[in-house]
Design a protein around this ligand. Structure first.
Ligand code: GDP
Length: 381
């Protein structure tokens, strides 16, 4: 493995100031001209899409939040206290992802007059309901129905996500059976209640990467620029002979976009591990005394695996990194990959700048619709 803190930006493409995104990377709804991804759904007071994490007591809500966003190790969650009240966690520090998680205590009573559902569900982008798959889930399904009925009345634009959680203790057959059963019963409940809602189901555990992958999918639905990001990634991989590319939020290891090739869990896990390695090495060897973070726009890393595959990481901004998987023989054209990466990075910057200044003339990297003009270069034939 080689770890590079490059001295100079190749090709003179250093237009992007380090950390220039983080403050303005909000989803930009403050501008009247911006398209609201949740039409009719008010945002939270600080204009951040809000994610609610709900479910019965001991279903694993606090553990999920701690493992994904605070790097707590799964074993430490054994000692977590039960959540006694609504915990509002703001996930915006150093992270691209700007949203709030409201962790509810399992025993909350919706019919209690102190429960202000307008405020709670009104500005909510997604509601994640956690079901403990190792326990009897009859009560959880009743609570799911009550919660969705209440939430849908207040805000029909909420995305309803169900995490069938703690599946690490189950056999593969058991997982499938439980998923099928929960799917069936939850949808029957919806029909009975006459609600036009589609649940998305995920099998999750804090003991593997499934929880990060599920969170990635939930967060992606809240990113209005997702189609543009995917389009840019598709152009990047096509022109650079890359097999798979992920755009990661470095802090949480959630991927906010990937190209159109299917995601396989092993590739995703490899990329997550690479981010851990880069951050750890940066913290140990890269930090200067007066700098809080060693992950900056010169951070990059290359890991060659013994199966002829290369993992290549480049910093996009202080919260985002591009991690690519490619065949070793295609890494010979690293100059081309780096050139295309710089086009990609500039385009990403413009995707977010366009929101802030809608009158800005799109540059050569983006056309009027905000999509890339494919300015990247393909390999010479
Ligand atoms: P909460 O009351 O919903 O916030 O639940 P907690 O987060 O306090 O978790 C309750 C228990 O479930 C803790 O002992 C966790 O260690 C355990 N737990 C959480 N997630 C998982 C998981 O994915 N697998 C397993 N086996 N246990 C989990």
């Amino acid at each position: 493995m080689s770890y590079n803190q490059e001295d100079e930006e190749p090709f003179g493409y250093s237009q992007m100031p380090v950390g220039s995104f983080s403050k303005q990377l909000g989803y930009g709804y403050e501008d009247d001209n911006d398209q609201d991804p949740f039409p009719g759904a008010p945002m939270s007071s600080d204009n951040k899409p809000r994610i609610l994490l709900m479910g019965l007591k001991r279903s694993g809500k606090s553990s999920i939040q701690k493992v994904v966003f605070t790097k707590m190790s799964p074993n430490e969650t054994l000692f977590l206290d039960s959540t006694p009240k609504i915990v509002k966690e703001d996930i915006s520090n150093n992270s691209f992802i700007q949203f709030q998680i409201w962790d509810f205590p399992g025993q909350i009573d919706f019919f209690d007059h102190t429960f202000d559902s307008d405020t709670i569900f009104g500005g909510c982008g997604a509601l994640i309901f956690v079901i403990d798959a190792q326990d009897d889930y009859t009560d959880a399904l009743i609570r799911l129905r009550q919660t969705t009925t209440r939430a849908y009345k207040v805000n029909p634009h909420i995305k309803f996500e169900v995490f069938i959680h703690k599946v690490d203790g189950l056999s593969d057959d058991d997982k499938m059976d439980k998923q099928r059963d929960i799917h069936q019963r939850a949808n029957d409940d919806l029909q009975e209640a006459g609600l036009d809602i589609t649940f998305s189901f995920y099998l999750t555990s804090i003991y593997d990467h499934s929880i990060f992958e599920a969170f990635s999918k939930v967060v992606q639905k809240l990113i209005p620029q997702l189609p543009t990001l995917e389009h840019l990634l598709n152009i990047l991989i096509q022109n650079s002979c890359i097999e798979k590319a992920f755009l990661f939020d470095v802090v949480s290891k959630i991927y906010i976009a990937t190209d159109c090739m299917p995601v396989d869990m092993q590739s995703y896990e490899l990329c997550c591990d690479m981010i851990d390695v880069v951050i750890d090495i940066s913290c140990i060897y890269g930090a200067l005394e007066d700098e809080a973070t060693a992950f900056d726009n010169k951070s990059s890393s290359t890991i060659k695996l013994n199966n002829g595959t290369v993992l290549y990481l480049r910093e996009v901004n202080k919260c985002l990194a591009l991690v690519c998987i490619l065949r070793e023989e295609n890494f010979d054209k690293q100059g081309l990959i780096d050139y295309n990466f710089h086009c990609f990075r500039t385009a990403i910057q413009e995707v977010f700048e366009l929101k802030e200044n809608t009158k800005q003339k799109p540059s050569k990297y983006l056309n009027d619709t905000g999509l890339s003009n494919g300015y990247m270069q393909g390999p010479a034939t």
